[in-house]
Write a protein that binds this ligand. Structure first.
Ligand code: ZN
Length: 270
């Protein structure tokens, strides 16, 4: 049984108590990013949407896509499957914290519903097909996210033939390589509580060199008290790389899909 650690201490923004950053990790958590009224809009929109998928099991995550859907065969954005982005989603996208000259306003959105107790396996979002910054809005309920330094186990798993399973068993529900944790995994990990209505921004090491996931469990310990988990939603916002932009030169070749593809093509060449 792995003992989970508290996250490293954040840097606090002196001008805004809602902003916590971990500069060395490229990680930012902004609480109260949306209002309770906006949260309600998101929740009701999810359940009244016309593109809600059929639920095969009450315990499974449900995913809804806006913009160009993720294509599980190319690991990029689908050129044929597109769902218009609703106004309430575009409104959130327009006020994300973008680094000038680096980040673009996201154009692909995945909304997921996690029934009480549901989690998501640890995974690394595909490096080459999306802009560096990943934005994840949590609403409905707060859950802890587990971050873990990606190491040899992850690198090996990502080189197995079926490294992205997609759909319901896929890590991120879209655009992710599933990384199952093995017994004896020793890489450092810690859990970060993602409160309802918060925004998580992953860049740099937290985006490229860590897996992230949510443990499936009925209760969470919050401030020392065991709390029954309720249904949680998230909206992952990404910018799709196209044409020449596709690729990655990150510092984590072990878990980089661009490098893995090069390796496999090299081995397969005549
Ligand atoms: Zn990479």
């Amino acid at each position: 049984m792995t003992t989970l650690q508290a996250p490293p201490p954040p840097t606090l923004d002196p001008t805004n108590p809602n902003i916590q950053t971990w500069p060395a990790l490229g990680l930012t958590l902004i609480t109260n990013f949306i209002t309770p009224a906006e949260e309600q809009t998101f929740i009701s929109a999810f359940h009244t949407s016309t593109n809600i998928p059929p639920q095969s099991s009450a315990r499974k995550r449900l995913s809804q896509h806006f913009g160009h859907h993720f294509d599980y065969t190319t690991f990029g954005a689908s050129t044929s499957v597109f769902t218009p982005v609703p106004d309430h989603v575009a409104a959130i996208a327009s006020r994300l914290p973008l680094r000038e000259g680096v980040d673009r306003v996201p154009d692909q959105f995945t909304v997921q519903y996690y029934p009480p107790g549901a989690g998501i396996p640890p995974h690394v979002d595909t490096h080459s097909m999306f802009g560096e910054a990943l934005y994840s809005l949590s609403f409905g309920w707060g859950v802890p996210m587990v971050f873990r330094v990606a190491g040899g186990n992850e690198a090996r798993k990502m080189r197995l033939p079926k490294r992205s399973l997609g759909g319901e068993t896929g890590g991120g529900g879209s655009g992710s390589a599933v990384v199952e944790r093995e017994e004896g995994e020793e890489n450092p990990s810690w859990e970060l509580m993602l409160p309802s209505r918060s925004l998580l921004v992953m860049t740099g090491p937290s985006r490229y060199g860590y897996t992230h996931g949510i443990k499936g469990r009925k209760t969470d310990v919050v401030d020392g008290v065991s709390v029954l988990r309720e249904g949680r939603y998230s909206m992952t916002m990404r910018s799709v790389r196209r044409g020449e932009e596709i690729g990655c030169d990150c510092e984590y070749p072990g878990v980089c899909d661009a490098r893995i593809r090069e390796e496999l093509e090299g081995k397969g060449g005549q």
